[in-house]
Design a protein around this ligand. Structure first.
Ligand code: PEP
Ligand code: MG
Length: 563
């Protein structure tokens, strides 16, 4: 009889499950190592290039079946495969060091992965496992090895580390939970794992050595704990929690297409955050009141070069038409810090999050900004468009951005005099200086949306993508609550709309906190809509007001897990 063991990790996706575990392990590939004669070098390079070609073909053909974030991840992998520096490093190893192809690939990709893992920037650090993934894919091709197929495995997947390409070996319907030792919450593997819609825990150190195929385990994705070999009593407790969790999900889904309101009928606009191109706008439109944030950077990240005016115009027109007249807020390009474009190097900065990102970058790269604005204004001739500028630090930024929009509008009207642009101009409030100047800004702008992800980062001086001070990222800190309240009041005085589009808006407790501070417009990921609508429906307005008073002074006692 095995002993019950509790392992604490981090929540990647909530929920509770109790089931048998199946272990997913990468088979260690034995990489042959031998010296190649100089006359054989070209042959080895050809072998490496045809392996690369086959991996590339597989990736490109599976790209067509992928959606949203998964297709972005695949594109990122394709870009790594196309990296000319690694390619010439591998060729140099073969020609100069006389490595055989497999050894050269193994060495070059391992070095690149180690370099990434040593970076301070958490985003770059987490790319290391993508590079390891490609190393394995290339070696499998070169050595004619097939990865084990886990499609017939059912239950909770336990692993030391999962690479993005591992998920293809699984049957989605058969996986009831995921638990691994890796601890990068914003890695590509975490993003794909979350899309399985089952409880997911990362950072469960030691699990792959402690568990065996067929062992019983309970995952509590709400608490971030895995319980191995639970006793009969613990198992019964988790079976009950699992049932309650299922029922909760079913109840929540009843609210998906309903309007959002409190018990006493106070109405809320629930909007969706969009970004990637291949989503079903008809479904999203049916369960939301519009788009509260369209992140245009995904359009830039998904393409292999800067998207031209026509590409952008059709993407913007498509979302406007897809939402059939419901408000659509499109945010101008927000690159920099953790959002980089692979084909385009931004200036190196000691502190990228405090550097020339988002509107700052656009205002000093007028051609890039003008192209985007031309596409947006042309699309606005089809339906009313709400254009939003990110990272506004004060009224000067807004005026400079507005001036550019007006110049672009005049230019377009000279070209097509009958063009009727219909737009409003707004800002993201995500820098404390903008929040402090909310009264002045509210007077000038048409609308605003509070970006709690960045506002928390800048207000509390802690990196939003983790790091050693991660515990200081406190989305319910009273300082943040007060700041949100101050912005709400400033916009109410001017009778102008203000919402929230940061992650906090999509968490049930976050949505309630924001509602209690006077927010009536919440924008979130589509998977959060049912939960937020269901939660708001349990409250009376008076209860929200009482909570707001408390939050103003004490905040919630929550840490990063609630983000
Ligand atoms: C935010 O900062 O809260 C926000 C919504 O913008 P992003 O997460 O894209 O920076
Ligand atoms: Mg932001």
């Amino acid at each position: 009889m095995q002993k019950e063991t509790v392992i604490n990790g981090i929540t990647i996706a909530p929920g509770v499950v109790i089931d048998e575990v199946f272990l997913f392990a990468h088979e260690e590939l034995e990489v042959p190592q031998y010296m190649v004669k100089s006359e054989e070098a070209e042959q080895e390079i050809t072998a490496y290039h045809s392996a690369l070609e086959r991996v590339m073909q597989e990736m490109t053909s599976s790209l067509a079946e992928l959606k949203g974030e998964e297709s972005e991840i695949m594109n990122a992998h394709i870009m790594i495969l196309n990296d000319s520096e690694i390619d010439s490093q591998i060729q140099d190893y073969i020609r100069m060091e006389q490595y055989n192809a497999a050894k050269a690939v193994d060495a070059a990709y391992r070095e690149f992965a180690e370099l990434m893992a040593s970076m301070d920037d958490p985003y770059l650090k987490q790319r290391s496992s993508d590079i390891q993934d490609i190393r394995l894919l290339l070696l499998e091709q070169l050595l004619h090895r097939k990865r084990k197929d886990f499609k017939r495995m059912r239950g909770i997947l336990g692993a030391n580390e999962l690479f993005p390409s591992d998920f293809k070996q699984l049957c989605r319907e058969a996986v009831t939970g995921i638990v691994t030792e890796q601890d990068e919450a914003t890695s590509h593997a975490a993003i794909i794992a979350r899309s399985f819609d089952v409880p997911v825990i990362f950072g469960a150190k030691g699990i792959s050595a402690m568990v065996q195929n067929g062992d019983l385990a309970a995952l509590d994705g709400n608490q971030g704990t895995a319980i191995l070999n639970p006793t009969a009593g613990t198992a019964a407790k988790y079976r009950n929690l699992q049932d309650a969790d299922r029922k909760k999900k079913e109840i929540r889904n009843v609210y998906l297409r309903r309007n959002c309101q409190t018990k006493d009928g106070a109405k809320f606009a629930i909007e969706v955050n969009e970004g990637t191109m291949d989503v079903n706008y008809t479904d999203d439109c049916a369960c939301s009141d519009g788009v509260g944030l369209f992140r245009t950077e995904f359009l830039y990240m998904e393409s292999a070069r800067l998207p031209d005016e026509e590409t952008q115009f059709s993407a913007y027109r498509e979302v406007l038409q897809g939402f059939r007249g419901k408000p659509v807020i499109i945010r101008t390009l927000d690159i920099g810090a953790d959002k980089q474009l692979p084909y385009f190097s931004l200036p190196e900065e000691a502190n990228p999050a405090l550097g020339k990102r988002a509107i700052r970058y656009c205002l000093s790269n007028k051609e890039l900004f003008r192209t985007q604005l031309r596409a947006l204004l042309r699309a606005s001739a089809y339906r009313d468009l709400w254009i939003m500028f990110p990272m506004i630090s004060g009224v000067e930024d807004y005026r400079a951005a507005k001036k550019t929009v007006i110049a672009v509008q005049e230019e377009l009207q000279r070209e097509v005099p009958e063009l009727q642009c219909r737009f409003k101009l707004g800002i993201m409030v995500e820098i404390p200086s903008a929040a402090m100047m909310a009264d002045t800004l509210a007077h000038e702008v048409d609308f605003a949306s509070i970006g709690t992800n960045d506002l928390t980062q800048y207000l509390e001086a802690v990196d939003r993508v983790g790091g050693s001070a991660g515990d200081y990222y406190r989305p319910f800190h009273p300082a943040l609550m007060r700041m949100v309240h101050q912005v709400v009041q400033a916009f109410a005085r001017e009778r102008k709309p203000v919402g929230v589009c940061g992650e906090l808006a999509g968490k049930p407790d976050g949505a309630v906190a924001l509602a209690s501070l006077g927010i009536r417009q919440l924008s979130m990921d589509r998977t959060s809509i049912a939960g937020v609508k269901c939660t708001i429906a349990q409250f009376e307005t008076s209860e929200l007001q009482a909570l707001g008073d408390r939050l103003f002074f004490t905040g919630f006692q929550r840490g990063r897990g609630s983000k």
